[in-house]
Design a protein around this ligand. Structure first.
Ligand code: MG
Length: 289
């Protein structure tokens, strides 16, 4: 099933070119009810609706360090601290945006706006302290995540070996275009990944390159307690702008169209817009200290 949130927060499932509305207030509630929800009887054309972020999770586990190729390419960036496998922080859920929503370039804060293609796992059954073998029954589905990052801010944060602000700025958390339920993904460890900017391929990878499997990753983080509808991200693949020999030719700028695609899951498309275009006024003064 492809589960969507559309228009003013209505929930539906795709049926070919149509959306069949489900009788549930949110996709999070859908997972809290273990998918046991009815239909409203409404059927609308997918082309006639506006897709929204597929879920507003209670918790958003933001992990990093699972792809060896990205880990290795980051050595070239010369962070003051290594990005260790297994690290996690809680992503700001208010920064979540959906498909075709604008990524707003905060010109007053960053000159190094970067992209990171990631697979996000949707938790269905809540739980804690479970094993990798048990994790499979907690994984309800998948969506695409683009971990938008202000590298110059991250570089300063990394002096303390942490990062959060650089990835938590308003609109920096695109997810979508829908949630594909786990039964529609033949093998979660066999998914091709590709990110394009203005049609040009920037990142390619494959979930089989993960250092630990998705069930292992989910089980590892389960002592932090999973609720139904929580998201956990799985790290990005090589090819981010920051590691290019000429990174300023690759950093995102207003007008760029970013397409983040994962096999069997979907393509998440967002356009970068200037602060002026988004807010109708110039970016405010930067607050610094
Ligand atoms: Mg990331």
């Amino acid at each position: 099933m492809k589960l969507v949130t559309f228009d003013e927060g209505r929930v539906g499932r795709l049926d070919g070119e149509d959306v069949i509305e489900l009788d549930v207030p949110s996709t999070r509630a859908f997972f809290e009810l273990d998918g046991k929800v009815g239909e409203t009887g409404e059927r609308v054309k997918l082309a006639d609706v506006r897709l929204r972020a597929p879920i507003q999770p209670k918790k958003f586990f933001h992990t990093a360090g699972n792809f060896a190729d990205h880990h290795n390419e980051l050595q070239a960036v010369d962070w003051s601290h290594p990005v260790h496998k297994g690290i996690v922080f809680f992503q700001n859920v208010d920064a979540v945006i959906g498909p075709d929503d604008p990524i707003v370039y905060p010109e007053h804060l960053t000159k190094e706006l970067d992209y990171e293609l990631e697979l996000a796992v949707v938790i269905g059954k809540p739980g804690k302290f479970f094993t990798p073998e048990e994790a499979v029954e907690h994984i309800a589905g998948f969506t695409v995540f683009n971990d938008i990052t202000a590298r110059d801010i991250q570089r300063r944060e990394m002096e303390s070996g942490v990062f959060s602000f650089s990835k938590a700025i308003d609109t920096f958390c695109p997810i979508g275009p829908w949630i594909v339920t786990a039964d529609e993904v033949p093998d979660m460890m066999d998914l091709a990944m590709e990110l394009r900017v203005n049609g040009e391929v920037r990142q390619t990878g494959h979930t089989k390159q993960m250092r630990v499997s998705i069930p292992h990753l989910v089980a590892y983080h389960s002592p932090q307690i999973f609720s139904a509808g929580d998201l956990i991200t799985t790290g990005t693949v090589s090819g981010v702008a920051a590691v290019q020999p000429n990174p300023f030719d690759f950093y995102l700028k207003p007008g760029d169209v970013v397409e983040a695609e994962i096999e069997h899951v979907g393509t998440l498309r967002n356009t970068v817009v200037s602060w002026q275009e988004a807010h109708g006024e110039p970016a405010p003064e930067r607050v610094d200290w």
